[in-house]
Structure formats: C-alpha cells, structure tokens
Design a protein around this ligand. Structure first.
Ligand code: R5P
Length: 323
C-alpha cells in the first residue's frame, strides 16, 4: 500500500522563554502548539499536548534559565509526552545549553554534568538537539544523535558595526575564547587582543585578569565572550583594558545569564555598553540597566528550524561559520 506522507511542523515551548518561541513561530507563520503545562502541589511538573501530534515533526523550545533544573526537567517531560503520543520526530531547541561549562573533570571525583544533560535528552526521546554558541564545540559529541550548532555572532557583529567602526580591537577575556574573538574580528575588520585569565578551580565563579596580549591603547575595545554569568570575567578584563588606555570598552556575549549582582558589577566597571541576545530571558533587575542592549536571535533560529524541517542545510545559513 502506498500513501503520500505530508510533513507537519509543531512548535511547543516550555515556560522559560515563551517570547522567543512565539517570535520564531510568528516568523515561520505557525501557531505555538497547544500544551497544557502545570505543577502538582508536590512541585512535580505535568505537560500534555492538547492536540494530536501523531506523525508530526515537533520542535520543543526551552531556555535553560533559572531555576535551571526546573527548566531542563520541564523540557524533558514535554519531550517524553510527545514521544509517547507518537510524534514522528522531536527536536529539542535549547538556545542556551544548561550545565555547558561542566564539560570535563578539572578535579578528581567531579561529575561531567553537560554529558549527563545530553544523556537525559536522549533518554527522553529527542531525535536532535539545537543550541546557540555552545561553550565548547565538543558538547556536540556528548549525544549520539544530530546536534545543530547555531551562532549569534553575525547578529551581534552586525549591531556592533552600527555603533563602532574605527580603531576596533576585539578582546577575548580568556585564552579559550581566542577563536571566537577571531570570528568577530573577521566580521568587523578589527584587531584581536587576548587577556590572560586565571581561575582557582576549587572556587566557583571567581577569576582574575592578569595581562593583555595585543594593542588596546587608544582603541575601541569590545570584549567578547559566550556567557556573562556573574560578570566577573568581563569586568576584570574591562578594568585592565581601561588602565591600558582603551578609548571605549563594550562587552558582547551570546548568553546573558546575568546572575545576582552582574549588572551592578558591570555598571561599576564603567562599561559603555553590554550586548547580549535573548537566548535567555533577561533577569528582572538587569533589564532596567540603561546600557544593556538585547538582540533577538529569532531570525536565525527560525531559518534553522525551517532548514531542519525541510532537510536543507543549516550551515549554509551561517556561511559555514557555525563551527
Ligand atoms: C568561561 O570559560 C566562560 O567562557 C565565561 O567567561 C564565564 O563562564 C563567564 O562567567 P562569569 O561572568 O561568572 O565570569
């Protein structure tokens, strides 16, 4: 018996960044899937699709924002519900991959939690993961299914080009970010400098900026990172660059975790502008900061979702720069 197979797309989202999922759905001209999400009095999460998903290609959005464990668990439960409801395929879209920085052991007896998160998504039934500017590319190898890696660097660079054009130096706040800084520099036709950062692996969230390689004097410096969490890394780099005579100091990162006190730290460091994207919702207090610019990644996510759905190339969207 032969039957024609019509592909049907469904976009569902968890409760942590409905705005982004809605923006993507609007760009694709589809409605968000009707999902019943609730919590039992014990705190357990419940999710059920209010419509049949049998045979459909489902995209399940969730930003892994605080409370991060709730965010991950909710996304896993939605995926489990869709798998048991006979979805044809399930793509987990996590613009920010929670626990991405716990990707290796730096001390004996440590967990590798990023791998555990990948395993959980495989167990729940995801056929594919999608994320933006992974902390490190090898996270893609932590799962056994396809992992599409998107980048917000073109969106951030395009914005930066509208506010600074001359004498630009892109600064990586640590050695690990050197390749990222080069990508920004290529887009902005800028020079590159590197900060030597030291971290005590026994302490969470504490680091020092010790030296800079490259020219920052009389330059418009842009410190680029993947994540701004406490703001310690970028503000330490900013203070050092200021003492070395930079004309202006901006910071730009894909993921604005902006945990407790980050915006205050950034304000006190006299940074001209902070640029992040909406891979994560901006925390309440931080959104009031006058020098914070939030760019939307909806356009690149929508194009990527469309490419995945139609079996088209994702790397073509990023001209091969998403590696
Ligand atoms: C570290 O390797 C990351 O790329 C970021 O530099 C770091 O996670 C930022 O954290 P914080 O803002 O707390 O210094």
């Amino acid at each position: 018996m032969d039957i024609a197979h019509f592909k049907q797309m469904r976009i569902f989202c968890g409760s942590h960044n409905v705005e982004l999922a809605q923006e993507v759905a609007d760009l694709l001209g589809v409605s968000l899937g009707r999902l019943h999400r609730s919590k039992f009095s014990s705190g357990e999460v419940y999710a059920r699709s209010n419509e049949s998903v049998r045979g459909t290609d489902c995209f399940v959005f969730q930003s892994h924002s605080p409370p991060i464990n709730d965010a991950i668990m909710e996304q896993l439960i939605i995926i489990d519900a869709l798998r048991r409801a006979s979805a044809h395929s399930i793509t987990a879209v996590m613009p920010y991959f929670g626990y991405c920085r716990q990707d290796k052991k730096v001390l004996p007896r440590e967990p590798i939690t990023a791998r555990l998160v990948g395993d959980l998504f495989m167990t729940a039934g995801a056929d594919r993961l999608v994320s933006v500017d992974l902390h490190t590319g090898q996270l893609q190898g932590f799962i056994t299914k396809p992992f599409d890696h998107l980048t917000a660097i073109p969106i951030i660079s395009e914005y930066l080009a509208t506010v600074i054009s001359d004498d630009v130096t892109i600064v990586s706040p640590d050695a690990g970010g050197g390749k990222r800084a080069e990508k920004y520099a290529r887009q902005l036709n800028a020079d590159v400098a590197l900060v030597y950062k030291r971290r005590d692996v026994r302490l969470h969230n504490i680091s020092e900026a010790l030296a800079v390689t490259g020219v920052v004097e009389d330059r418009n410096a842009v410190i680029v990172d993947d994540i701004i969490d406490t703001g310690g890394t970028v503000t330490n780099a900013a203070k050092l660059i200021r003492t070395m005579g930079a004309k202006s100091v901006r910071i730009a990162a894909t993921h604005g975790v902006l945990s407790m006190g980050a915006m205050q730290r950034i304000t006190e460091a006299g940074i001209d502008e902070v640029v992040v994207t909406n891979t994560l919702p901006v925390p309440e207090g931080a959104s009031r900061a006058g020098n914070l610019k939030v760019l939307s990644i909806a356009s690149i996510v929508a194009k990527s979702v469309q490419a995945i759905f139609t079996d088209d190339s994702v790397s073509k969207i990023f001209l091969g720069e998403n590696f």
